[in-house]
Write a new protein. Structure first.
Length: 447
């Protein structure tokens, strides 16, 4: 059965992408999904599958059919001995963490939040941080998709490995991913240590720190020379520091206070520099320990826009220095910290980490504040350093430029054309990414 939910207006998390799908479907079985896709094909209509809507660009936007897999969630099967589970793609990462923990299992890594659907997180190459850890999609050992013709296709490392390398990061352009077989770890605990350091001191010790810690990242506070580093390592310590105190700190101190100062910065952009410098002073050092799935994610209630690029890992420090110099020289109104993370290289066709380890650098701007010239200047610097954009974040690249960044671009396109010859899964934004003809319409969505 498919529930046809009336959704007049759909908005993404940032609120900047608004769509009016003519129908919004929530299939409750794979058969219902197949029927919906066949029906769309018969009408020559297009379909976009949506996860939790946490991507910044208009990846999911459509005025035709929008399909949500929200009703297809949870674990299909678990093999604790083999450390694998087959998971429905509509499962959000928070639910997934809890379900896996009840079987003594855990994901190898996660990003900053756990609101994303598994399908969306994999579809855009979502990553956490850790030079030994790949994007989340590298944990997908097999995937099942329903294609535009309504047929089911399964790929794995043994059967159709090429399709798997295309499907691991596919932006919903190959078909609707229904189930994923994930490679997992026995449940584990992490110890998180936060430190407040000078930027140059942090960069001088970066090589050593990223090699020493399982997860390492830092946040640079614009208009200051300070950073906050975050290191996480395996531990046997019992959980501590993760109770009500952490909740109060994150919800009240970080989100409520930061929300209030962000509104003030939007009204008076001259406040951005002093606010950022004050945040650097107040950034508290500390140590916590807890189950991995409870420690990775933090609540992000203050809405923003984001651009993130992965540059070759050795180019990261110079890239950040140039970005810092640009923000300072231009006195840009920015009060959100710049985030710096690490991702292991892989061979997924459209992974931004394809072919080698990457440093991911992300810039954020409060909702409603101007993105220009901040994002365009940052993007020029990222591109000069050989960067590739995060698919779930803002960028202005098109098929004409993207194809030079990915050695397996043509292989992805071949698979896409085989599975979706009529372009049933392409909206205008995806046409811009995958077809030359869209190349002229590159603009940032509004703030
Ligand atoms: C506050 C915030 C924090 C974030 N933190 C991080 C982070 O730490 N690391 C990081 O890498 N990214 C991060 N992101 C980006 C986010 O992880 C990605 O944009 C992710 O795709 C969002 O998942 P979603 O379920 O919301 O997907 P959506 O935005 O709904 O969809 C994303 C894409 O996936 C496709 N898709 C969704 N489901 C399926 C399916 N079942 N089959 C086929 N295709 C599908 C859609 O068609 C679309 O192209 C963050 C975003 C926000 C807003």
């Amino acid at each position: 059965m498919t529930s046809g939910v009336k959704v007049k207006t759909w908005r993404n998390w940032s609120g900047a992408v608004v769509a009016h799908p003519s129908s919004f479907l929530q299939p409750e079985s794979v058969d219902a999904l197949k029927a919906a896709l066949r029906d769309a094909s018969a009408r020559a209509g297009t379909v976009r599958v949506v996860g939790s809507g946490h991507s910044f660009p208009p990846l999911c936007a459509t005025d035709e059919t929008m399909v949500s897999l929200e009703a297809l969630h949870g674990l299909e099967s678990v093999d604790a001995a083999a450390r694998e589970a087959v998971v429905w793609a509509g499962t959000n990462l928070r639910e997934l963490g809890t379900l896996l923990a009840s079987h003594g299992l855990a994901m190898e890594n996660l990003g900053d939040i756990n609101k994303q659907s598994l399908g969306g997180a994999l579809g855009t190459g979502t990553h956490g941080t850790g030079v030994g850890l790949g994007i989340l999609s590298t944990q997908a050992a097999a995937m099942t998709l329903v294609t535009a013709s309504g047929d089911e296709v399964t790929c794995s490392e043994d059967a159709s490995p090429e399709l798997l390398q295309a499907a691991r990061v596919s932006l919903g352009a190959l078909g609707v991913v229904t189930r994923v077989r994930l490679r997992l770890l026995p449940a584990y605990r992490l110890r998180l240590t936060r430190r407040n350091l000078g930027l140059e001191e942090c960069l001088a010790g970066l090589e050593e720190a990223r090699a020493r810690h399982r997860h390492y990242e830092f946040f640079w506070f614009p208009h200051s020379d300070r950073v906050m580093t975050k290191a996480m390592d395996l531990t046997d310590e019992p959980p501590h520091g993760v109770g009500v105190g952490r909740w109060l700190n994150e919800m009240v101190m970080e989100n409520a206070v930061f929300g209030a100062v962000s509104r003030a910065c939007r009204l008076r952009p001259a406040l951005c520099a002093p606010v950022s410098r004050l945040s650097a002073k107040l950034a508290s050092e500390g140590v916590l320990a807890g189950q991995s799935h409870t420690l990775f994610a933090t609540p992000r209630l203050v809405r923003f826009q984001e651009m993130e690029y992965g540059v070759p890992v050795e180019r990261g420090p110079d890239c950040l220095r140039e970005l810092a110099e640009y923000i300072t020289r231009q006195q840009l109104p920015v009060h959100f910290p710049v985030e710096y993370r690490f991702v292991r290289g892989d061979d997924v066709f459209l992974s931004p980490a394809h072919g080698g380890d990457r440093a991911f650098i992300a810039v954020h701007q409060y909702r409603g504040m101007p993105l220009e010239p901040y994002f365009s200047g940052a993007e020029a610097i990222f591109r000069n350093h050989g960067g590739r954009p995060h698919w779930g974040k803002l960028h202005t690249q098109t098929a004409a430029t993207l194809k030079h960044l990915y050695p397996r671009w043509d292989d992805f396109q071949r698979v896409r054309e085989q599975l979706d010859p009529e372009g049933r899964f392409l909206n205008p934004y995806l046409r811009r990414l995958f077809l030359e003809e869209g190349a002229k319409s590159a603009t940032h969505p509004r703030a």
